[in-house]
Design a protein around this ligand. Structure first.
Ligand SMILES: NC(=O)c1ccc[n+]([C@@H]2O[C@H](COP(=O)([O-])OP(=O)(O)OC[C@H]3O[C@@H](n4cnc5c(N)ncnc54)[C@H](OP(=O)(O)O)[C@@H]3O)[C@@H](O)[C@H]2O)c1
Length: 279
């Protein structure tokens, strides 16, 4: 059964830019009521000012703090009375080799990307599990992971690990809550043109000229389709799904590709001008 977006209540973490903001724009156009969560209040307020519809909530919160997650979910649930879709999208990248990633960096990225996700799910559970069905579903949890969930990226191993952990959470939860008619969907974008690469911690996140990329609007459109008709996984770039599935069976071609790319990235760090002229 297709879920109607008109009047649907959706909470989006990481809504102040990129994929979260693009998703908010499409959902608002379709008549959804939104609770928008991120740390930058000014960005959320500017977003709400340009959204269609009214009654959207701005909830400044840091998802690395579980009490802030609980507060954000409670505020949305009490204003809307139900939560149809919880989108756990807030996250950031970290560019550093595994041996160079210190304990503090590991804990920080796990707190935001992984525990920020699970804290929101835990806080939403009491309402999600008892609210009445709407269009055949009690609710939905959508987790924005990454294509890197299926293959760790060199020099972004800690970030990749948080994305793989989010996928494991989605896989387990999907079965745990199936009987209650709560859909669980993981989303696996490839490189998307957002603030993400500029905001990443550690070294600069380099993007190869030949690397496929997509727009946040494209990712948001695929997410909206999976909110209307819940599905287990969303891969906005279909080719990457099949390449990574084959890579799980047959590792060496992907090892070879990533080895070459890492060498190019490291050369670009040492000599940015030479890398630019190579294109
Ligand atoms: N862009 C890509 O290439 C790509 C690829 C695969 C997966 N993803 C995933 O897509 C998701 C969205 O990223 P994006 O590409 O849209 O990047 P983005 O433009 O940098 O957006 C990240 C969002 O997360 C929020 N955020 C970060 N840390 C937070 C915290 N501690 N508490 C609350 N909000 C926080 C940011 O808002 P504030 O700074 O205002 O808090 C921002 O709204 C992330 O989970 C990312 O891992 C991105």
């Amino acid at each position: 059964m297709t879920r109607s977006l008109t009047g649907m209540t959706v909470l989006i973490t990481g809504a102040s830019s990129g994929i979260g903001a693009a998703l908010a724009e499409v959902l608002a156009q379709q008549g959804a009521r939104l609770a928008l969560v991120a740390r930058r209040r000014d960005k959320l307020e500017a977003l709400v000012a340009r959204l269609s519809g009214s009654g959207h909530l701005v909830i400044p919160a840091d998802v690395a703090d579980p009490r802030a997650c609980a507060g954000a979910i409670a505020q949305a649930c009490s204003a809307f009375g139900r939560l149809d879709t919880l989108v756990c999208n807030a996250g950031y990248g970290l560019v550093a080799g595994i041996a160079a990633t210190d304990e503090e960096q590991w804990l920080a990225i796990l707190r935001t990307n992984l525990l920020g996700t699970t804290a929101c799910i835990r806080a939403a559970a009491p309402l999600l599990l008892v609210q009445p069905l709407r269009d055949g579903w009690r609710g939905q949890v959508m987790i924005v992971s990454s294509a890197l969930a299926r293959r760790g990226r060199p020099d972004a191993g800690a970030y990749s690990a948080t994305k793989a952990a989010q996928l494991s959470v989605a896989e387990a939860l999907r079965i745990e809550w199936a009987e209650q008619r709560i859909a669980v969907t993981s989303v696996h974008p490839i490189h998307t043109d957002t603030e993400f690469h500029g905001a990443a911690a550690g070294r600069r996140w380099l993007v190869g000229a030949a690397e496929p990329r997509q727009t946040p609007a494209h990712v948001a459109a695929r997410m909206v389709a999976a909110i209307r008709r819940p599905q287990a996984e969303v891969w906005p770039h279909r080719g990457s799904r099949w390449a990574l599935a084959l890579g799980a069976l047959w590792a060496w071609p992907i090892d070879r590709y990533l080895t070459r790319r890492l060498a190019e990235e490291r050369a670009a760090v040492l000599s940015p001008e030479a890398a630019k002229s190579k294109g």
